[in-house]
Design a protein around this ligand. Structure first.
Ligand SMILES: Cc1cc2nc3c(=O)[nH]c(=O)nc-3n(C[C@H](O)[C@H](O)[C@H](O)COP(=O)(O)OP(=O)(O)OC[C@H]3O[C@@H](n4cnc5c(N)ncnc54)[C@H](O)[C@@H]3O)c2cc1C
Length: 461
């Protein structure tokens, strides 16, 4: 039964009543994220300061009420989906860029800042914040920290973790903890910053983030390379990554992904291509021109047809096409089981072969795209939840995909995390010992288990 927050004695009432919603219609939008999971919270609270977050957590911990932190709700694995009778702590109101410290190349932000908003702000100052999830125009930096989000530029610049210098975190009992800060180095005690990054809101609520910035690269060139054989595209990835060049992005789309995007909105992608690569190089003018030449000649040596974006408009259009793959896929079938496996990048051709075999074995449509440069393939099984038979087959196929990934020394998630949708598979990758250590850490932070319960660990509900 839902908690009756407002009917109790005054001292029992949930703090921040003026920032709290409890009506069914107000709660509806907070019931799901970009996964297919759903739930219903008892209340949504929208704090605007660390102190307010702390008040809510002290209250919830005293009453042992589950709390689920939420950014923009774009997570792919159900991390922000409400637990039963929980309070959703919606952090989108904590959305100030507190400081862009040009001298020290550090940005200090609140968790509700949209990733793309920070990118625009720092670029105007000649600075660069590289992590660029495809959802960058609508996901929050707090969500990025909680999921350790990555993006196309990860191949050269790394993921969110590589930019987080420090955090302010409100612990489940309401205490406020600082980890790290503005310095680029620091080895005092355990590295709690790295522990919180990627913890999926299960250890505490991030209320302030210190981010390392880089100088904005002088120039960027975008190449689009089309292939009539998937194998040639996969071999190009392996050849580029072993050539000594580190491109800024090395993205891959298979035939079905190209087709889906073109049917969604006409971008002028070649619908007869079996695969395409979207490659960028950046740096100083001379380095970029040399590397562009080398990359183009590797592509053509493997029968790729190369075109170079002539201007900013052409570049943006190519990226718009890439970012629209996720929504475009729903044109194929209404349900998408989306996995984001990673294999050592030299093993991409083998992984793609395994995926084709699995698709044939179960008669399922599997669409692949992703960050080929770092071995991260987004595998999308397109199905229909209402087709009981096919949906069951799709679920069995997921296990086959994870088995094949692990056999190739890969990992079952590169950036989307575990959340609800992958928790039953976590034991395929982690040993009992590792899982036991993780549970002990969770217990130390959150002895009452109120912080985003039911996520990540298979034996929790
Ligand atoms: C079209 C599309 C494309 C995407 N592309 C990418 C991609 O390229 N790379 C990638 O990595 N991801 C991608 N994602 C997934 C998603 O955008 C990221 O995981 C993102 O980091 C989630 O941010 P959010 O603000 O939406 O977080 P939410 O979905 O609201 O929350 C995600 C998790 O973070 C926790 N959380 C949120 N805020 C806080 C906080 N302040 N403190 C503690 N915990 C918190 C939540 O409890 C939850 O567990 C994509 C999603 C979509 C829909």
């Amino acid at each position: 039964m839902a908690f009756k927050f407002f009917r109790k004695k005054k001292e029992d009432a949930l703090p921040l009543r003026h920032r709290t919603a409890t009506e069914k219609e107000d709660l509806f939008c907070y019931g799901f994220d970009a996964s297919s999971m759903q739930g219903e919270p008892s209340a949504v609270v929208k704090p605007v300061s660390t102190d307010e977050v702390s008040q809510v957590l002290s209250y919830a911990s005293g009453k042992k009420i589950p709390v689920v932190p939420r950014g923009a709700g774009t997570g792919m694995t159900g991390g922000a989906v409400p637990a039963k009778d929980s309070i959703i702590l919606s952090l989108d109101g904590m959305n100030r860029v507190l400081e862009i410290d040009k001298k020290n190349m550090v940005a200090v932000v609140e968790p509700g800042v949209i990733n793309g908003h920070l990118q625009g702000k720092v670029e105007a100052e000649g600075l660069f914040y590289p992590p660029d999830p495809a959802s960058m125009n609508f996901c929050t930096l707090g969500g990025n920290v909680a999921e350790n989000a990555g993006g196309p530029r990860a191949i050269k610049y790394g993921v969110t973790r590589d930019y987080v210098l420090g955090l302010e975190v409100v612990l489940p009992d309401g205490r406020v903890m600082m980890t790290g800060g503005k310095t680029y180095k620091g080895v005092v005690g355990y590295d709690l910053t790295r522990l919180i990054v990627g913890s999926e809101g299960t250890l505490g609520v991030v209320t302030k983030i210190f981010l390392r910035l880089l100088p904005l690269p002088e120039e960027t060139v975008t190449l689009l390379c089309m292939y009539s054989r998937l194998e040639d595209a996969a071999s190009t990835v392996a050849k580029i990554t072993s050539s000594g060049i580190i491109p800024r992005t090395l993205e891959f789309m298979d035939h079905e992904a190209i087709l889906a995007v073109e049917q969604y909105k006409s971008f002028g992608l070649p619908v007869d291509a079996e695969a395409l690569l979207l490659i960028e190089v950046d740096g100083s003018h001379s380095a970029v021109s040399e590397e562009t030449g080398k990359v183009a000649s590797i592509c053509t040596s493997l029968k790729g047809k190369v075109s170079i974006a002539e201007d900013m408009f052409a570049r943006q259009r190519i990226w718009e096409a890439r970012r629209s793959i996720s929504p475009a896929l729903y044109r194929i079938k209404p349900t998408k089981i989306n996995e984001d496996i990673v294999v050592p990048r030299g093993k991409i051709p083998e992984m793609l072969r395994a995926l084709r075999d699995i698709s044939e074995k179960y008669g399922l449509k599997i669409v692949n795209f992703g960050h080929a440069g770092d071995g991260n393939i987004h595998v999308n099984i397109m199905t229909d939840k209402n087709d009981e038979d096919e949906y069951q087959k799709a679920k069995v196929a997921v296990e086959d995909i994870f088995r094949a990934t692990l056999k190739l020394e890969g990992t079952i998630s590169g950036e989307h995390g575990i959340g609800l949708t992958k928790k039953q598979y976590i034991g395929m990758e982690l040993s009992e010992t590792s899982l036991g250590m993780m549970k002990a850490i969770k217990k130390a932070f959150d002895p009452d288990g109120i912080m985003n319960p039911g996520k990540m660990f298979p034996d929790t509900t």
